[in-house]
Design a binder for this molecule. Structure first.
Ligand SMILES: C[S@@+](CC[C@H](N)C(=O)[O-])C[C@H]1O[C@@H](n2cnc3c(N)ncnc32)[C@H](O)[C@@H]1O
Length: 415
């Protein structure tokens, strides 16, 4: 199977069947079935087509009837337009490859794909002509109108425009040092210059780099852990001490759990809860690589907790509308009202459980990777109204344009 066919199959599964792109791409890359340059090309085709899918579909629909065209062929045409417009691939190679691919899907359609692909090079066709001028940029950036409107309503047009404009950028690559194995001082002495690192402005243990650190022996040996600065911040705000009694209520895949564990004594265990047992493997892989053993994992709902703690992290399940840069398929996700309501209810039930499990003078950090006010500020406001013994010490909505990061929300509360 060649690169374009692989990309098309992955795209179809992501768009039609809501599968996760990064999971399939990682598996493909691990299988070593293709060269690293082919893999890089597939990543580009898949992520780029998803990022701009809404726009690509709009343009392609000017020349085909979507109701009468096989869906896989439509995905192929979106991928073709992405290559022509954004990768500047020659029309000759795009069309030829697409026709060959179509023969495998339905040879009757190869004539149509040939004609449509050639038409897609017409730059007039690429123009966006819609009545609502405010929606032109969101459409050009492949950003869903409903989400643009929601952000405008929650914050402002300026914030919404800034989010749209950066939504297809590659975000900063950041990591933290595994304090279990090496101090920051030792690490910096050895790697600061060699890896051309920049220290984070918002956390103590955070570094930005352009180096592909996943391929280094230091990554394999567990000296570093790739993590957004905002996720690192959520843990640092917990002020974990050596003998703190710590609970991580929603812990898979263990990014924050493994950081918490480095602040407490070796024989002090951090309790991690995770409802999804299928994530046990990935948590254990992270624990093993980072050589961390002072955790006590529980695969059940955090709503079943019946102990108290003086440090609680609730990194809640959320809509994810903050991580378009890393997971562009989030742009294509539309939850029903009922699904959203269930999510709000679960988040609030978990928050209530967290407050009820928190000792006096204890610290609770609530975080999500979304920019949706109803999952963030509104939940905390409601909590503060219901629990007068809880104080808000810090609250920040990161939108993702401040330091080329992802959208993230953090609230730090004290009893
Ligand atoms: C945002 S992720 C957590 C990420 C994790 N804290 C990290 O830093 O690696 C939210 C997790 O909550 C889990 N979850 C959802 N409902 C839960 C519940 N009732 N109890 C415990 N975990 C739950 C999900 O399966 C998901 O793995």
């Amino acid at each position: 199977m060649n690169s374009r066919e692989q990309a098309l199959n992955i795209l179809y599964k992501v768009i039609k069947e809501q599968k996760h792109a990064n999971k399939m791409l990682n598996e493909l890359s691990k299988s070593k079935a293709m060269s690293s340059s082919d893999i890089a090309f597939i990543y580009k085709l898949v992520y780029g087509t998803i990022q701009y899918k809404i726009y690509l579909e709009y343009v392609v629909n000017k020349i085909i009837n979507p109701l009468k065209t096989d869906y896989k062929i439509q995905v192929l045409l979106w991928m073709n337009l992405y290559q022509i417009k954004f990768l500047k691939t020659s029309i000759y190679s795009v069309t030829n490859e697409a026709v060959e691919l179509t023969k495998k899907i339905n040879s009757n359609l190869s004539g149509l794909v040939n004609v449509v692909s050639k038409k897609l090079q017409d730059t007039k066709l690429w123009e966006v002509n819609i009545k609502n001028k405010q929606n032109i940029t969101p459409l050009e950036m492949g950003f869903p109108f409903w989400l643009y409107k929601q952000i405008q309503k929650d914050y402002s047009t300026e914030v919404a425009n800034k989010i749209v404009n950066i939504s297809n950028e590659q975000c900063n690559f950041s990591f933290r040092v595994n304090l279990k194995l090496i101090t920051q001082k030792e690490f910096e002495k050895k790697y600061m210059q060699e890896w051309d690192l920049q220290k984070s402005n918002i956390v103590n243990n955070g570094y930005l780099t352009n180096k592909n650190i996943i391929k280094t022996k230091e990554f394999e040996q567990g000296l570093i852990f790739i993590q957004d600065e905002t996720s690192i911040l959520a843990v640092e705000l917990l002020e974990v001490k050596k003998n703190s009694k710590v609970l991580d209520m929603c812990c898979a895949p263990g990014g924050k759990l493994t950081y918490i564990a480095t602040f407490i004594n070796k024989n002090n265990l951090v309790d991690g809860y995770e409802i999804n047992k299928s994530k046990e493997k990935i948590i254990n892989q992270n624990l093993k690589r980072l050589q961390i053993s002072n955790v006590n994992l529980n695969f059940t709902s955090a709503l079943n907790i019946n102990k108290t703690y003086n440090r609680i992290l609730l990194d809640a399940p959320c809509s994810g509308f903050g991580v378009f840069k890393r997971k562009p398929e989030i742009k294509l996700k539309k939850y029903s009202d009922q699904e959203m309501q269930e999510l709000y209810d679960l988040q609030y039930d978990l928050l209530k459980k967290a407050v009820e499990s928190l000792d006096k003078k204890g610290i609770l950090v609530y975080s999500t990777c979304t920019i949706n006010k109803k999952e963030n500020q509104n939940q905390i406001e409601k909590l503060l109204r219901s629990y007068p013994d809880i104080n808000l010490e810090y609250q920040q909505q990161f939108f993702g344009f401040e330091g080329n990061n992802n959208g993230f929300y953090i609230a730090k509360l004290k009893k």
